[in-house]
Design a protein around this ligand. Sequence first.
Ligand code: ADE
Length: 224
Amino acid sequence: MPKVNCKLVSWDDVMKWCWELAEVIKGSGWMPDMIVAISRGGAVPARLLCDCLCVSDMMSIQVVHWPTAAEVSEKARVKYPLKLDLSGKKVLLVDDIADTGDSLILAKKTLEADCKPAEVRIATMQWISPVCKVKPDYYVDEVKEWIWYQYPWTRLEDIIDFTRRLFKEGGKESWSLEEIAEAFPEWYGLSYEDRWYRTAVEWLVRFGELEKVDGRYRATEKLR
Ligand code: ADE
């Protein structure tokens, strides 16, 4: 059993899910005037939904998760608050996944308060129903057991994060690229072409989190 339950998502999966999402929306008899992506995860699905629903107006709202003072939990914040007039508009708010629901709740509340649209509905490809505080109006998959969806737009970001975790929790002083590649299927149930691991460690070296010694990688103070 991997330590983190992951599912590798392909571009074809994304296209299929967005197509299906558009079918569900059309079937509901409701049509948005504008699509608002929750940035960054919702950007690609939002653009694809614009295409599938023939919607030409799209904007985005960026929600970030910052650690609270105690650094135990994270709080969702809107990074660049923007006030604009969307009165009379029906807005579809789109994210890739509804996990805790915090981003969706905050983005919807902020849009309603700052832009005064006629209506906001929520669409996501996945909805993790046991943990999510909100049910999207439209979704494709109800996910009953928490899983990390490895979407194509976070390929490198996730591999970098997964690599950080290997160095922190893997119990080894140093790792070769081959050892990292071997650990991935065991830890995450995923494997990638070598260039992904190589690029991930290159970034971690740039960030000052890893150092290369005699062809092997070691965590610096910053990562430990
Ligand atoms: N972003 C937030 N929750 C996620 C999940 N379970 N999978 C992928 N991306 C996410």
